[in-house]
Ligand binder design. Structure first.
Ligand code: FAD
Length: 322
């Protein structure tokens, strides 16, 4: 939905032909102050486009990143596999609660992604079952569309039944699930090469922990836009953008390898094997809040910092240098 809104907004502001779909970038060549990019469509026909700069947003398998770093190899798997699905069900707890249960080796995450239906009271509930294996074992190439098999993970969650939510029943009722190995890549020492740079997952694929990844890609885009406004559409802007965003996202990639904010769940597991009546006897509220606050600061979501600084971008309609 967000992508469709962005797509419509871009076409409205820049014209119907501003976005060309169905083309895979294959590589680029820079010369004479321009970048030439080669594309291929689904039928195998080749196309070329010339531009002042190239911002590669082609995801974790980025072809542009591969050209810049030909020896990097495939994404890295740390051992976790996520099974994701959605189920129409009665909302739980407040009706807007996000629930996370478990620890580093087995986790369940769920939250509603729609308002309840006015007739049935059911909402669309998003859920994720996660298991961690020995990373030396094989893994499937990550792909949003790989259908998963409930038999691979549901037995491990069979007794995860709380008085406020029956996790296995919720997952089973979804009928379909998708499997995704949790992968990332090592942080790069450089994103910008002349008139070419990387953005989003092409630049900093990270474990999807702490609601990050897409959020960081959006911040990238805002910082890059600000750099274009301040420095024009050229290499200077790309360097300013990278100087701000590469260190910031590198810290998050590394933190997410250490469980990010979910480390509090692992701490509880280590301290009591998950057995407690009142979690604050195992993990103090101060520890919980400190962990969350430290991660929010690292990821740039700290409310005080956000409220204290001006917006990255001028308001729409404000005059900007040509
Ligand atoms: C299981 C899971 C859960 C997640 N949960 C969250 C979350 O809760 N919050 C959050 O912020 N993030 C989350 N993320 C991360 C988020 O999905 C990614 O960080 C985000 O999609 C990255 O956006 P992107 O545009 O850089 O790359 P992508 O979304 O991967 O988009 C890349 C695009 O480039 C296209 N493409 C690929 N190759 C080429 C090519 N050669 N030429 C042209 N186009 C190409 C692809 O088709 C795709 O459309 C999650 C990720 C996973 C896997």
């Amino acid at each position: 939905m967000l992508q469709t809104m962005l797509f419509d907004a871009v076409r409205k502001r820049l014209g119907e032909g501003a976005v060309v779909t169905g083309m895979a970038a294959e590589g680029f060549h820079e010369s004479g102050g321009k970048v030439e990019v080669t594309f291929r469509d689904a039928g195998g026909a080749a196309y070329r486009a010339e531009a002042d700069i190239l911002v590669a947003a082609d995801g974790i398998h980025s072809a542009v990143r591969r050209q810049l770093f030909p020896h990097e190899g495939p994404p890295k798997w740390g051992g976790a596999v996520l099974w994701r699905g959605t189920t129409r069900a009665q909302p739980f707890l407040t009706g807007a609660t996000m629930a996370m249960a478990g620890h580093e080796w087995q986790k369940f995450v769920t939250y509603p992604i729609s308002r309840p239906d006015t007739e049935t009271g059911e909402a669309l509930i998003n859920w994720i079952g996660e298991l961690k294996y020995d990373a030396g074992a094989g893994w499937n190439r990550e792909d949003w569309n790989r259908q998963g098999d409930f038999a691979d993970f549901l037995p491990a969650f069979e007794d995860w039944r709380f008085d406020w939510l029956d996790c296995p029943s919720l997952m089973r009722a979804g009928g379909v699930c998708f499997e995704y190995p949790m992968v990332d890549r090592d942080p790069l020492e450089r994103w910008t090469h002349g008139r070419v740079t990387l953005i989003g997952d092409a630049a900093h694929p990270m474990y999807p922990i702490g609601s990050n990844g897409a959020s960081q890609a959006i911040i990238d885009a805002r910082v890059l836009t600000r750099a274009f406004i301040d420095h024009g559409m050229g290499q200077d802007a790309l360097n300013v953008y990278e100087a701000e965003r590469r260190p910031a996202t590198t810290r998050i990639v590394v933190a997410n390898r250490g469980n990010g904010p979910d480390q509090v769940m692992q701490l509880v597991e280590e301290r009591c094997g998950g057995e407690f009546d009142d979690v604050t006897e195992v993990l103090s509220r101060a520890e919980l809040e400190q962990t969350a606050a430290a991660y929010k600061k690292l990821a740039g979501f700290d409310v005080e910092t956000l409220n204290a600084r001006p917006s990255l971008l001028p308001p729409r309609g404000a005059s900007v240098p040509a």
